[in-house]
Design a protein around this ligand. Structure first.
Ligand code: ATP
Ligand code: MG
Length: 415
């Protein structure tokens, strides 16, 4: 018996119903991002492992446990990208664009993390990401958030909440971090194992531990937002008042952190309650230190990424791809004319199928199953007169028409 293969655990197929949603999301992103003058980039899926070790850091779950990493046949240590920002920074530097003014970029593509698969948590998933290089904010922070909001509003996903925070900067964060560590040290034994390691490696990340018992310990924890230096405070206030001016709704959530040092100031997430623990559909922030960390000149930047599969789960079911017209050709004599008719209908802009000839009953069954809006019936008479019998399946009316007139009648009802 031959083996039937299955996809790798946590890696799903995009079948037509799913892909329709993805395309709708992608097309909406391209349309809305274009209004903010962002340009699409398409970057490699394979990247040098060292790049992520440098950017995300070896102590993170992604780098320590989740990367699809291997030595290729030439002995290079490469991996399937787990996220898009590092590669985008690399391309920005490699492309020599650091002196070409601000760069507004977005990308759409697959990312890979060997996580525990769950609903909304896959091992290959797609992100739409945005990166804006060379801008200090705060106005650009506002526009980045407004663009994310405009995109999700255009998609029509209800009940999303935007949460923002400020992470401070290298001037004010160290003192805050010390204060936080002191607070956490006192509660060490009540915090989970991961939190315990993070107190030493990455204390801010303790704040977004998903375990309730840990959260219960954190109610009185010092908050970055009340330890900001003057400049960060001013930046944060300007972000908030910009969002107010645009009437973009948001809440300040002091628990939003990005654990790494190159993140600073504005951090944000857009969340839903509908996906359980996988409720973050979009996450991002300012990362003024990353370009330098990856070998470039000091360059302020801000960006975000969202999970396409999570967005898709929140969309209503999409209508199937419509068949405008099905060609039913009756009799062996007309088979060539049948093909030519389908061809002419397509050239006229109609989405057409050919029902394959043979018994009329079978062909009508196919037209019905495909939910064709019109059926173009042809027999020898129609062929001689260069006509089709165009049947409107909604009204049931039928008329003999030359091809061009049939195209016009079909396209009239076209969405
Ligand atoms: P989470 O807290 O859900 O693990 P994250 O902080 O790891 O998210 P980011 O690395 O910031 O996520 O990625 C941005 C977005 O990409 C997430 O908000 C989410 O929508 C999506 N995403 C991340 N990991 C996965 C995954 N394994 N499967 C599906 N979508 C994902
Ligand atoms: Mg994650």
């Amino acid at each position: 018996m031959s083996t039937q293969f299955r996809s790798i655990r946590g890696i799903h197929d995009g079948l037509p119903e799913e892909v329709r949603r993805w395309r709708h999301i992608e097309e909406t992103a391209r349309r809305i991002f274009a209004r903010y003058a962002f340009s699409e980039v398409r970057l490699p899926v394979l990247e040098p492992t060292a790049m992520f070790v440098r950017s995300i850091g070896s102590e993170t779950d992604i780098v320590a446990k989740e990367m699809y990493r291997f030595e290729d046949r030439g002995g290079d240590d490469i991996c399937l990208r787990p996220e898009g920002t590092a590669g985008t920074v690399r391309a920005y530097l490699q492309g020599g664009l650091t002196r070409s003014g601000a760069q507004r970029w977005f990308y759409i593509g697959p990312m890979f993390r060997r996580e525990r698969p769950q609903k909304g948590r896959l091992r290959q998933f797609q992100q739409i990401g945005v990166e804006w290089f060379g801008v200090q904010g705060p106005l650009e922070d506002v526009e980045t958030l407004a663009m994310a909001h405009a995109f999700l509003e255009e998609l029509g996903i209800p009940e999303l909440a935007m949460e923002i925070n400020s992470l401070g900067c290298p001037a004010c964060r160290p003192a805050y971090r010390d204060k936080l560590v002191a607070y956490l040290e006192l509660r060490r034994e009540h915090l989970c194992e991961t939190c315990n390691t993070r107190i030493d490696s990455n204390p801010l990340r303790v704040l977004d531990c998903k375990i309730e018992a840990c959260q219960a310990q954190l109610t009185e924890a010092p908050e970055m937002a009340s330890h900001l230096c003057g400049e960060c405070q001013g930046h944060f206030e300007a972000v908030k008042s910009g969002l107010d001016a645009l009437q973009v709704p948001y809440q300040v959530n002091p628990r939003i952190v990005r654990g790494l040092d190159y993140y600073n100031r504005t951090a944000f997430e857009i969340v839903t309650r509908k996906l359980g623990a996988q409720g973050t559909v979009l996450a991002g922030g300012r990362y003024d230190g990353l370009v330098e960390e990856l070998g470039g000149p000091a360059t302020p930047a801000i960006g975000f990424a969202m999970g396409m599969e999570r967005l898709a789960m929140l969309l209503p079911e999409s209508a199937p791809d419509a068949v405008d017209v099905a060609v039913v050709a009756i009799g062996d004599m007309v088979s060539g004319y049948g093909l030519a008719t389908a061809d002419a209908l397509r050239r006229g802009g109609c989405n057409a199928i050919h029902c394959g000839g043979g018994a009329a009953k079978r062909q009508f069954k196919i037209a019905d199953r495909e939910q064709a809006r019109f059926v173009a019936v042809i027999g020898e008479d129609e062929m001689r007169q260069n006509h089709v019998q165009l049947k409107d399946m909604q009204s049931g009316t039928q008329q003999a028409l030359p091809i061009e007139a049939a195209v016009a009648a079909i396209m009239q009802g076209h969405r």
